[in-house]
Design a binder for this molecule. Sequence first.
Ligand code: ARG
Length: 269
Amino acid sequence: MCPPDFFGVSYVINPWMQGETGHTDAAAARAQWTALKEAVARVAEVCLIAPHENLPDLVFTANAGLVLGKRVLLSRFRWPQRRGEEEIFRAWFEKAGFDVITPPPGPFFEGAGDALIDEARDLIWLGHGFRSDAAVAPFVEKLFGRTTAPLRLVDPRFYHLDTCLCPLPGGALLYFPAAFDAAARAEIESRVAPEHRIAVDEADAVKFCCNAVALGDALLLNDASPALSETLRARGLTPVALPLGQFMKAGGAAKCLTLRISGQSGERI
Ligand code: ARG
């Protein structure tokens, strides 16, 4: 995670940021971020990366890269406003002893914002259409030795895959169907049995319920309706609502603010 010392909205690269320039409250952001960090720290070790002035979105560490075992495929950001983050994340991973790989020339790739590891299916879901390019898929497959399932995103509010889809422990999949084109919905339906699909409605989706961090039985998320919370509880999961409204002004919530750097079948590599 990255402390929100320099977090704010100072440019607009997704619809959530529209009209929010300069409207974040630093103290509120810090309190929300700290609550999330403490919730994660109850279950996992939290490693921090130093914040940087002029890189307000560095807090969204999910976009650093895709980590599997000790290997990380770094991001290549679509928007110039975030490109300065690439070398900062690279330096952090190198210092931490990761094998750091640069994406092949050409395609954009925004890391664990768009590439989600589905352990139950031995698969990497890959969102594309707004930030990452589908052309990166063969490289990801070869590098990590896992099948990728590219999914085209069509709703600009859900511009990263982790804003509208979340593989859950035990094999269930939380997703907002309208964020995907018909082919992507068919792809999800062909790979995930109906009893494992949890389609959320728009009211839950815009609360970023899919932008959830699964840690043991806990599911850390900005918010979920009573009905969705009940559905999750029935599957043995405990939704933990952590309000992250300050970060939603920048288009991110719980999952975006974290990057899982271990515990993803690293022994396979
Ligand atoms: N303002 C950031 C952007 O638009 C938010 C990133 C959210 N990250 C995520 N993994 N969805 O790039």
